[in-house]
Design a protein around this ligand. Structure first.
Ligand code: ADP
Length: 191
């Protein structure tokens, strides 16, 4: 298995680049944000719980998110590997992911971190909010709160993965295809 984490702050382009990686490498995509949103749509228990945090721009508690991911991974064993998009977002999630992958006899091969400065991200998210219908993209307060969550809880994962020698930082500003090529080359994915 070949497992990739696509990492970065809200609006960095994780979803866009994941879609391109999926097509090229035939991997299974796990976007925790997408899983929460589809649960919110059909009002499952998980969706109702998740919505109360997502609507405030806060992270969903670790125990809820980790249980959801564990369930997904253990029921999708047959694959070439996974692209994790929006997970892990805390050190506890990172540790839990290592443990689950170890049980599946695999690990994380590359963490591709997209770097974009905050003011550019805010304007991207406000633009996305106009078309996506995502309420967490429609208010600058919620967006700023998501950045605060990112800076406090998610960014420390960069060190966590740097220490494992799997971290690759990529400039997330520019043409989508150029960024994709940079991901493939800097992440040493096969071409
Ligand atoms: P973005 O990267 O633009 O923030 P996502 O779709 O990845 O969008 O996430 C949307 C929201 O879903 C987050 O702000 C958070 O509330 C929740 N969420 C997604 N993934 C996680 C996670 N791994 N841990 C906790 N909350 C999460």
């Amino acid at each position: 298995m070949f497992n990739i984490i696509i990492f970065g702050p809200p609006g960095a382009g994780k979803g866009t680049q994941s879609a391109m990686l999926l097509e090229k490498y035939n991997l299974v995509h796990l976007s925790t944000g997408d899983v929460f949103r589809s649960n919110i749509k059909v009002e499952t228990e998980l969706g109702i719980l998740g919505k109360s945090f997502i609507d405030k721009g806060e992270l969903v508690p670790d125990e809820v998110t980790i249980a959801m991911v564990e369930d997904f991974l253990k029921t999708t064993k047959e694959s070439n590997g996974f692209i994790f998009d929006g997970f892990p977002r805390t050190i506890s999630q990172g540790e839990a992911l290592s443990k689950i992958l170890m049980q599946l006899d695999t690990n994380i091969h590359a963490v591709l971190a997209l770097e974009v400065e905050e003011n550019e991200l805010v304007s991207r998210l406000l633009e996305r909010g106009k078309v996506s219908g995502r309420t967490d993209d429609q208010s600058e307060d919620k967006i700023r709160n998501r950045f605060a969550e990112y800076n406090n809880k998610t960014e420390p994962l960069l060190e966590f993965y740097a220490a494992k020698n799997v971290l690759h930082r990529i400039n997330g500003l520019g043409e989508i295809d150029d960024i994709f090529n940079a991901l493939v080359h800097r992440g040493r994915l096969c071409t």
